[in-house]
Design a protein around this ligand. Structure first.
Ligand SMILES: [Zn+2]
Length: 68
C-alpha cells in the first residue's frame, strides 16, 4: 500500500498547495489562489519571516519528488 506524500490540498479549496503561511498562531496550507501575494512571489523552497507571519514556499518537484 503506498501512501502519497506531498499531495496536500489547499485548506480553502481542492487545489494543490504551493506553500504554507503562518499568520500569528494560525497555519494554513494554501494553493496559489489562496496564498498571500508574498508567498506566490517567493521561489520554491524559500522561507520568509515577516514579523508575526511566516511563509514557506514548497519545493519545486511537480510529483512530490518521488520516482517510481
Ligand atoms: Zn485554494
Amino acid at each position: 500500500m503506498d501512501t502519497p506524500t506531498h499531495n496536500q490540498r489547499c485548506d480553502f479549496c481542492a487545489k494543490k498547495t504551493i506553500g504554507m503561511q503562518i499568520l500569528g498562531c494560525v497555519a494554513q496550507e494554501v494553493c496559489e489562489d489562496h496564498a498571500e501575494k508574498m508567498l506566490v512571489e517567493m521561489k520554491p523552497g524559500e522561507r520568509k519571516d515577516w514579523g508575526e507571519c511566516y511563509f514557506i514556499r514548497y519545493g519545486g518537484e511537480p510529483n512530490g519528488g518521488e520516482t517510481k
